[in-house]
Design a protein. Structure first.
Length: 217
Protein backbone atom coordinates (compact mmCIF):
# COMPACT_ATOMS: atom_id res chain seq x y z
CA UNK A 1 0.00 0.00 0.00
CA UNK A 2 1.46 3.33 -1.10
CA UNK A 3 0.33 6.97 -1.26
CA UNK A 4 -2.27 6.40 1.46
CA UNK A 5 -4.75 9.10 2.45
CA UNK A 6 -7.37 8.70 5.18
CA UNK A 7 -10.50 10.84 5.15
CA UNK A 8 -12.27 11.91 8.32
CA UNK A 9 -14.46 14.77 9.51
CA UNK A 10 -12.75 18.10 10.10
CA UNK A 11 -14.61 18.57 13.38
CA UNK A 12 -17.23 16.79 15.48
CA UNK A 13 -18.85 17.67 18.83
CA UNK A 14 -16.75 16.91 21.91
CA UNK A 15 -18.71 13.78 22.87
CA UNK A 16 -17.75 12.19 19.53
CA UNK A 17 -14.10 13.22 19.45
CA UNK A 18 -11.91 10.15 19.71
CA UNK A 19 -14.79 7.91 18.68
CA UNK A 20 -15.19 8.54 14.95
CA UNK A 21 -14.30 5.40 13.03
CA UNK A 22 -11.39 6.84 11.05
CA UNK A 23 -9.49 6.42 14.35
CA UNK A 24 -9.55 2.65 13.78
CA UNK A 25 -7.94 3.03 10.41
CA UNK A 26 -5.28 5.45 11.62
CA UNK A 27 -4.46 3.10 14.50
CA UNK A 28 -4.10 0.12 12.17
CA UNK A 29 -1.82 2.07 9.84
CA UNK A 30 0.32 3.21 12.77
CA UNK A 31 0.63 -0.38 14.03
CA UNK A 32 1.57 -1.54 10.53
CA UNK A 33 4.15 1.23 10.08
CA UNK A 34 2.42 2.51 6.95
CA UNK A 35 2.68 6.24 6.25
CA UNK A 36 -0.49 8.14 5.42
CA UNK A 37 -1.86 11.63 4.93
CA UNK A 38 -4.86 12.97 6.80
CA UNK A 39 -7.64 14.50 4.74
CA UNK A 40 -10.77 16.05 6.16
CA UNK A 41 -14.24 17.08 5.09
CA UNK A 42 -16.85 19.17 6.85
CA UNK A 43 -19.87 17.15 7.92
CA UNK A 44 -21.99 19.16 5.48
CA UNK A 45 -19.73 18.12 2.60
CA UNK A 46 -20.50 14.44 2.94
CA UNK A 47 -23.61 14.87 0.78
CA UNK A 48 -21.68 16.48 -2.06
CA UNK A 49 -21.47 14.65 -5.37
CA UNK A 50 -17.67 14.70 -5.20
CA UNK A 51 -17.57 12.96 -1.82
CA UNK A 52 -20.39 10.53 -2.66
CA UNK A 53 -18.19 9.30 -5.47
CA UNK A 54 -15.70 8.29 -2.79
CA UNK A 55 -18.24 6.92 -0.32
CA UNK A 56 -21.78 6.21 -1.61
CA UNK A 57 -23.27 6.73 1.85
CA UNK A 58 -21.34 9.93 2.62
CA UNK A 59 -19.64 8.48 5.69
CA UNK A 60 -16.08 8.31 7.02
CA UNK A 61 -13.55 6.83 6.86
CA UNK A 62 -12.41 6.55 3.30
CA UNK A 63 -8.95 5.26 2.48
CA UNK A 64 -7.38 6.17 -0.85
CA UNK A 65 -4.13 4.62 -2.04
CA UNK A 66 -2.34 3.59 -5.18
CA UNK A 67 -4.46 0.43 -5.06
CA UNK A 68 -7.78 2.27 -5.16
CA UNK A 69 -10.44 3.53 -2.76
CA UNK A 70 -11.75 1.63 0.25
CA UNK A 71 -14.73 2.34 2.49
CA UNK A 72 -16.03 0.80 5.74
CA UNK A 73 -13.68 0.82 8.71
CA UNK A 74 -13.76 -2.94 9.23
CA UNK A 75 -12.89 -3.64 5.61
CA UNK A 76 -10.11 -1.07 5.70
CA UNK A 77 -8.60 -2.44 8.91
CA UNK A 78 -8.77 -5.92 7.41
CA UNK A 79 -6.95 -4.75 4.28
CA UNK A 80 -4.25 -3.07 6.35
CA UNK A 81 -3.90 -6.21 8.47
CA UNK A 82 -3.39 -8.29 5.34
CA UNK A 83 -0.18 -6.30 4.83
CA UNK A 84 1.01 -6.75 8.42
CA UNK A 85 1.66 -10.12 10.06
CA UNK A 86 1.61 -8.48 13.50
CA UNK A 87 -2.05 -7.55 12.96
CA UNK A 88 -3.05 -10.73 11.12
CA UNK A 89 -0.74 -13.54 12.34
CA UNK A 90 -0.56 -16.27 9.67
CA UNK A 91 -1.31 -18.99 12.20
CA UNK A 92 -4.29 -17.10 13.63
CA UNK A 93 -5.88 -15.61 10.52
CA UNK A 94 -9.28 -17.28 10.92
CA UNK A 95 -9.40 -16.49 14.64
CA UNK A 96 -8.50 -12.86 13.96
CA UNK A 97 -11.24 -12.54 11.36
CA UNK A 98 -13.73 -14.18 13.70
CA UNK A 99 -13.07 -11.65 16.44
CA UNK A 100 -13.06 -8.74 14.00
CA UNK A 101 -16.58 -9.74 12.94
CA UNK A 102 -17.57 -10.31 16.57
CA UNK A 103 -16.49 -6.78 17.46
CA UNK A 104 -18.47 -5.19 14.63
CA UNK A 105 -21.52 -7.47 14.42
CA UNK A 106 -22.10 -8.72 17.97
CA UNK A 107 -20.60 -6.20 20.38
CA UNK A 108 -20.89 -2.89 18.53
CA UNK A 109 -24.66 -2.69 17.79
CA UNK A 110 -25.96 -2.48 21.39
CA UNK A 111 -23.08 -0.23 22.48
CA UNK A 112 -23.67 2.09 19.54
CA UNK A 113 -27.40 2.16 20.32
CA UNK A 114 -26.66 3.25 23.88
CA UNK A 115 -24.30 5.97 22.68
CA UNK A 116 -26.92 7.33 20.28
CA UNK A 117 -29.64 7.27 22.93
CA UNK A 118 -27.54 8.97 25.59
CA UNK A 119 -25.74 11.54 23.45
CA UNK A 120 -28.17 12.36 20.65
CA UNK A 121 -31.58 11.78 22.29
CA UNK A 122 -31.11 12.37 26.03
CA UNK A 123 -34.29 12.72 28.03
CA UNK A 124 -36.63 11.87 25.18
CA UNK A 125 -39.64 9.77 26.11
CA UNK A 126 -38.73 6.80 23.93
CA UNK A 127 -35.20 6.57 25.34
CA UNK A 128 -36.56 6.48 28.89
CA UNK A 129 -38.66 3.47 27.89
CA UNK A 130 -35.95 1.68 25.93
CA UNK A 131 -32.71 2.47 27.75
CA UNK A 132 -32.92 -0.13 30.52
CA UNK A 133 -33.32 -2.90 27.95
CA UNK A 134 -30.38 -1.63 25.92
CA UNK A 135 -28.21 -1.46 29.04
CA UNK A 136 -29.10 -5.07 29.85
CA UNK A 137 -28.07 -6.08 26.33
CA UNK A 138 -24.80 -4.18 26.67
CA UNK A 139 -24.05 -5.82 30.02
CA UNK A 140 -24.66 -9.26 28.53
CA UNK A 141 -22.13 -8.59 25.77
CA UNK A 142 -19.61 -7.17 28.23
CA UNK A 143 -19.98 -10.11 30.59
CA UNK A 144 -19.35 -12.64 27.82
CA UNK A 145 -16.37 -10.67 26.56
CA UNK A 146 -14.95 -10.38 30.06
CA UNK A 147 -15.24 -14.14 30.51
CA UNK A 148 -13.33 -14.66 27.26
CA UNK A 149 -10.53 -12.33 28.34
CA UNK A 150 -10.01 -14.11 31.63
CA UNK A 151 -6.38 -15.23 31.48
CA UNK A 152 -5.70 -13.32 28.25
CA UNK A 153 -4.12 -9.89 27.73
CA UNK A 154 -5.67 -9.66 24.26
CA UNK A 155 -8.47 -11.44 22.41
CA UNK A 156 -6.12 -14.01 20.89
CA UNK A 157 -3.45 -13.81 23.56
CA UNK A 158 -1.41 -11.42 21.42
CA UNK A 159 -2.42 -8.07 19.96
CA UNK A 160 -4.11 -8.28 16.54
CA UNK A 161 -6.39 -6.24 14.30
CA UNK A 162 -9.33 -7.66 16.26
CA UNK A 163 -8.19 -5.72 19.32
CA UNK A 164 -8.19 -2.49 17.33
CA UNK A 165 -11.83 -2.97 16.42
CA UNK A 166 -12.91 -4.26 19.83
CA UNK A 167 -11.23 -1.44 21.74
CA UNK A 168 -12.73 1.27 19.54
CA UNK A 169 -16.14 -0.37 19.98
CA UNK A 170 -15.82 -0.43 23.77
CA UNK A 171 -14.89 3.26 23.73
CA UNK A 172 -18.40 4.05 22.44
CA UNK A 173 -19.69 3.76 26.02
CA UNK A 174 -16.87 5.68 27.68
CA UNK A 175 -19.53 8.15 28.89
CA UNK A 176 -20.83 5.41 31.22
CA UNK A 177 -19.24 3.31 33.95
CA UNK A 178 -20.35 0.03 32.34
CA UNK A 179 -16.89 -1.10 31.19
CA UNK A 180 -15.42 -0.15 34.57
CA UNK A 181 -17.88 -2.61 36.11
CA UNK A 182 -15.88 -5.42 34.51
CA UNK A 183 -12.27 -5.08 35.77
CA UNK A 184 -10.82 -7.42 33.13
CA UNK A 185 -12.42 -5.39 30.35
CA UNK A 186 -11.39 -2.09 31.91
CA UNK A 187 -7.77 -3.27 32.11
CA UNK A 188 -7.97 -4.58 28.53
CA UNK A 189 -9.13 -1.24 27.13
CA UNK A 190 -6.48 0.66 29.07
CA UNK A 191 -3.82 -1.80 27.90
CA UNK A 192 -4.78 -1.29 24.26
CA UNK A 193 -5.11 2.48 24.59
CA UNK A 194 -1.60 2.65 26.09
CA UNK A 195 -0.07 1.35 22.87
CA UNK A 196 2.06 4.03 21.17
CA UNK A 197 0.30 3.50 17.85
CA UNK A 198 -3.09 4.24 19.42
CA UNK A 199 -1.77 7.35 21.13
CA UNK A 200 -0.28 8.63 17.87
CA UNK A 201 -3.51 7.97 15.95
CA UNK A 202 -5.61 9.68 18.61
CA UNK A 203 -3.34 12.74 18.69
CA UNK A 204 -3.61 13.01 14.90
CA UNK A 205 -7.39 12.94 14.99
CA UNK A 206 -7.72 15.31 17.94
CA UNK A 207 -5.21 17.85 16.60
CA UNK A 208 -7.32 18.56 13.55
CA UNK A 209 -10.52 18.76 15.57
CA UNK A 210 -8.82 21.41 17.69
CA UNK A 211 -7.57 23.22 14.60
CA UNK A 212 -11.02 23.31 13.03
CA UNK A 213 -13.09 23.98 16.14
CA UNK A 214 -15.89 26.48 15.53
CA UNK A 215 -15.36 29.95 16.94
CA UNK A 216 -17.73 30.65 19.81
CA UNK A 217 -20.22 33.43 19.18
Amino acid sequence: MENIAVWGFSWVPPFAQGLVRDLRVRWALEEAGLAYESRWIDIEERSSDAYRRKHPFGMVPVLESGDGTLIESGAIVYTVAEHCEALMPPGQRIETLTWMFAALNTVEPPLWNLLVMDQLHPGEAWTKLRRAGVVDEVKARLAALSDWLDGRDYLLGRFTAADILMTTVLRFIRHTDLVAGFPLLDAYVKRCEARPAFQTALRSQMADYARNAPIAA
